[in-house]
Design a protein around this ligand. Structure first.
Ligand code: MN
Length: 332
């Protein structure tokens, strides 16, 4: 805690380590924590955990994300939600702005301009495609989740991970690892530490991943009926895709929409799976998943998106045919 804040390099952007990040956070007189648009449990769990720690230290802190207007239902019981503010209430100027789980400036949506009004900016992330858009960047692309990066930060900081912090961190870990499907040495050890604080891991997981309104079932019926297998795509490795048209999304939350890719990607004959989601009429968000051989982070980057090696996404404006044509084109 005696460390002084690091000096950025000539291009005004510095890659920093845990100690330097701790120095920045410790010295901050006010902090805004921003999560990405269409937030998932990793960005919200990270944002709330960090805000809880700063709040306990007496640092004025608030957390926000640009859209949608309300927090997804599944995340409303996370500790620290009282520190969330509406995007319009995020001040234009702050001492330190921290982004969590955001691979690029664009992921902040309409709140991206808050980067410009901050005296210092710190990007904490685990996306392979991270553009280092902060003045200071703490990026660990080997981490399973941004909450795993935060667990390491808290350990180095001497912050005790209690039950509330563990709840937030576990939320990101269980969702970003696909219920511990995509793990590495140490993942289960971290999960064990978090569970050992007394959190109800089964209830947290059920709420985040296994709870949907009844309307989810007819939506699946409609959406899975659009599924197409393209065996020749991706150099013969195969593509499977399904469309969620705007009309299919009525009354459903992000959790329901995001669940579809996990069904589609189980297709044996396809290395790459895609779900094309029409979030607003004519505005598509495309989720990509690969099994092993294809780096979909690179694929998404070619059309302005990003993500991880086996999970990525990008956006597209146009009709059904144009979004499908672009997908087939970019996959080759
Ligand atoms: Mn994440």
């Amino acid at each position: 805690m005696t460390e002084t804040a690091p000096t950025p390099t000539a291009d005004n952007s510095a890659e920093i380590d845990l100690a330097a990040a701790i120095a920045l956070l410790s010295e901050a007189t006010s902090v805004t924590v921003l999560c990405h648009v269409q937030p998932d449990a990793d960005t919200i769990g990270s944002g709330l955990a960090l805000a809880l720690v700063l709040d306990r230290m007496g640092t004025p802190v608030q957390v926000s994300f640009a859209r949608p207007e309300v927090l997804p239902e599944s995340m409303r019981t996370l500790p620290g939600v009282n520190l969330l503010v509406a995007p319009d209430d995020v001040p234009a100027e702050v001492d330190l702005l921290v982004t969590v789980d955001c691979g690029s400036r664009g992921r902040l949506g309409d709140l991206a301009d808050r980067l410009d009004g901050a005296r210092r900016t710190l990007v904490i992330d685990h996306h392979r495609s991270n553009t280092r858009f902060g003045k200071y960047n703490l990026i660990d692309d080997s981490a399973e989740a941004t909450t795993a990066v935060l667990a390491r930060l808290f350990d180095a900081w001497g912050v005790e991970i209690d039950r509330d912090l563990a709840h937030c961190l576990y939320a990101g870990l269980v969702t970003d690892t696909g219920s511990f499907r995509w793990v590495q040495p140490g993942t289960h050890e971290l999960a064990e530490r978090l569970i050992d604080t007394g959190i109800d891991s089964a209830a947290i997981t059920r709420r985040l991943l296994d709870t949907h309104p009844f309307a989810w079932l007819p939506m699946l019926s409609s959406v899975l009926g659009t599924a197409q297998l393209v065996p020749d795509a991706v150099g013969g490795r195969g593509l499977v895709y399904a469309l969620i048209r705007y009309a299919d999304t009525a009354g459903l939350g992000a959790e329901e929409i995001e669940s579809v890719i996990d069904i589609v990607r189980t297709t044996a004959q396809a290395e790459v799976a895609a779900v094309l989601k029409e979030n607003e009429p004519g505005r598509w968000a495309v989720s990509l998943r690969s099994k092993a051989a294809v780096d979909v982070s690179d694929v998404a980057a070619r059309v302005g998106g990003g993500g991880h090696r086996f999970a990525s996404g990008y956006t597209h404006d146009g009709d059904d045919e144009s979004v499908i044509a672009e997908l087939l084109g970019v996959l080759g």
